[in-house]
Design a binder for this molecule. Structure first.
Ligand SMILES: NC(=O)c1ccc[n+]([C@@H]2O[C@H](COP(=O)([O-])OP(=O)(O)OC[C@H]3O[C@@H](n4cnc5c(N)ncnc54)[C@H](O)[C@@H]3O)[C@@H](O)[C@H]2O)c1
Length: 426
């Protein structure tokens, strides 16, 4: 029976492991978080993925039952049973600096348990140069030589949360290997789950850098459209309509503005590239400006809330709908919504927030739409979610009293006119 080990069972690693399990692989999933592993063993996850009509919860339970998926914290048990090892542990950014400890301790554990002929495929998003300069030397620490005793490849991970299963299958995969054998082994492994083209690049660094700039171009695009929003607002135009029109040009692909940029990938991209750029003595002016601009959007949105409170003389109470880092996600890592709420609280605003998909506990989070909307006039929409019916706002606040600040283009100015509520859009 074919077997593989996936290390790091988060937003990428769990659906990746289950994708191999659904192809009949025996998959050992390793995570250092004991609580997470215990939950997974019971078939529990808060992820919002689905595949061919089945939820990730159903897939997880099926693959546990048929013993194709074995979650564990034990590297040794996992590594002695497989030929191929995939790594998806993160490099978070703290205080603007990439923090390598998770990846380093993962490499140390692999090195201790590495056996001849194994392939290690790194899929984490990394600072360019990490595979060769940080990961590889640790793997060789216990005497085995890359290219002779074991094989190493890097393949960037391009999935979007919420579309993971579909995108493992239908997104072209870029990879590079230490040697020809590493490439061959990695291509064979990726082919099990990916139906699309596999692009073999000339070095690890090409794929690592391509991945970081794929993310960074989204950061820059979002900064740009949020700047355009400030212009269109002053012109009394709806930015969403302007972009819709601009995007009918076949060579234009503008993203939409919003309350800021969150999640693990896009906000970190600048800091990954910048860490290497500083080493090389290169200044990333445009990327840095975009990042700083995006980091300032929560402040801009909270200013808009304060101005609205003042303009309509309403109480300093706000109902926030959606706190995930993007629409239809359970992920609140680096979510701009959380930052907006904290700024508002620091400015003396009472905030109640509702998001049925986000599992993290916060003092401002309540468990129903009704509770959020109780005794407020001002509603701030920061993310769309299944389970938030925005029309229901008017069951709790009469339209003639409601003031809605909409950052997600849920309502149009026509809706506001017809129903009689006040609408502030970004
Ligand atoms: N989330 C996405 O949509 C996405 C998309 C593309 C690429 N990526 C990249 O994929 C990687 C993983 O991202 P994620 O969102 O799945 O992160 P995550 O935080 O959801 O999951 C990472 C998991 O790794 C575990 N872990 C950390 N150190 C470990 C170690 N030494 N040994 C074993 N387990 C360890 C953590 O406990 C956690 O469960 C990152 O490099 C990220 O940049 C993420």
């Amino acid at each position: 029976m074919n077997s593989v080990c996936v290390i790091g069972l988060g937003y990428v690693g769990l659906p990746l492991a289950l994708s191999f399990a659904m192809k009949g692989y025996k998959v050992f999933g390793v995570d250092s978080n004991e609580k997470l592993v215990e939950e997974l063993k019971k078939g529990e996850t808060h992820h919002l993925e689905s595949y061919k009509g089945k939820t990730i919860q159903e897939i997880l339970k099926e693959q546990l039952e048929n013993e194709n998926f074995i979650p564990t914290t034990d590297y040794r048990k996992a590594l002695e049973n497989v030929n191929d090892i995939i790594v998806t542990v993160p490099i978070p950014v703290y205080g603007g600096k990439p923090y390598f400890d998770y990846l380093v301790s993962c490499a140390e554990e692999i090195s201790k348990n590495l056996r001849k002929n194994q392939l290690i495929l790194l899929r984490s998003t990394v600072v360019p140069g990490t595979t060769r300069n940080i990961f590889l030397p640790i793997l060789e620490e216990n005497g085995l030589k890359c290219g002779e005793d074991f094989y190493l490849a890097y393949a960037s991970e391009r999935i979007a949360e919420g579309k993971a299963f579909e995108e493992f299958e239908n997104m072209p995969t870029a990879l590079a290997g230490f040697c020809e054998n590493s490439v061959r082994r990695a291509v064979d492994l990726i082919k099990v789950i990916c139906k699309e083209e596999i692009i073999v690049a000339s070095s690890f660094e090409v794929v690592e850098t391509a991945k970081v700039i794929e993310n960074l171009q989204r950061d820059i695009n979002i900064a740009m459209v949020n700047e355009f929003e400030r212009f269109t607002k002053a012109m009394n135009l709806d930015i969403f309509e302007v972009i819709k029109v601009a995007n009918t040009h076949k060579r234009v692909n503008l993203l939409y503005p919003g309350p800021g940029v969150g999640g693990f990938c896009i906000p970190n991209a600048f800091y990954y590239l910048d860490a290497k750029a500083q080493e090389l003595g290169i200044e990333l002016k445009i990327s840095k400006t975009a990042r700083m601009f995006n980091e300032g959007i929560p402040g801009y949105i909270s200013d808009l809330v304060m101005k609205t409170i003042e303009k309509y003389k309403c109480s300093k109470k706000v109902a926030v709908l959606g706190i995930a880092m993007k629409d239809y996600s359970s992920d609140d890592r680096l979510s701009p919504a959380i930052e907006i709420i904290k700024i508002l609280q620091a400015r003396g605003v009472e905030v109640k927030a509702f998001d049925p998909a986000v599992k993290t506990e916060y003092d401002f989070k309540v468990s129903s739409l009704q509770e959020t909307l109780k005794d407020v006039q001002l509603v701030l929409i920061l993310a769309k979610q299944h389970g938030i019916e925005f029309e229901e706002i008017f069951e709790y606040i009469p339209p003639s009293e409601a003031i809605i600040i909409d950052t997600r283009n849920v309502f149009s100015y026509n809706d506001a006119k017809e129903k009689g509520f006040v609408l502030e859009k970004i």
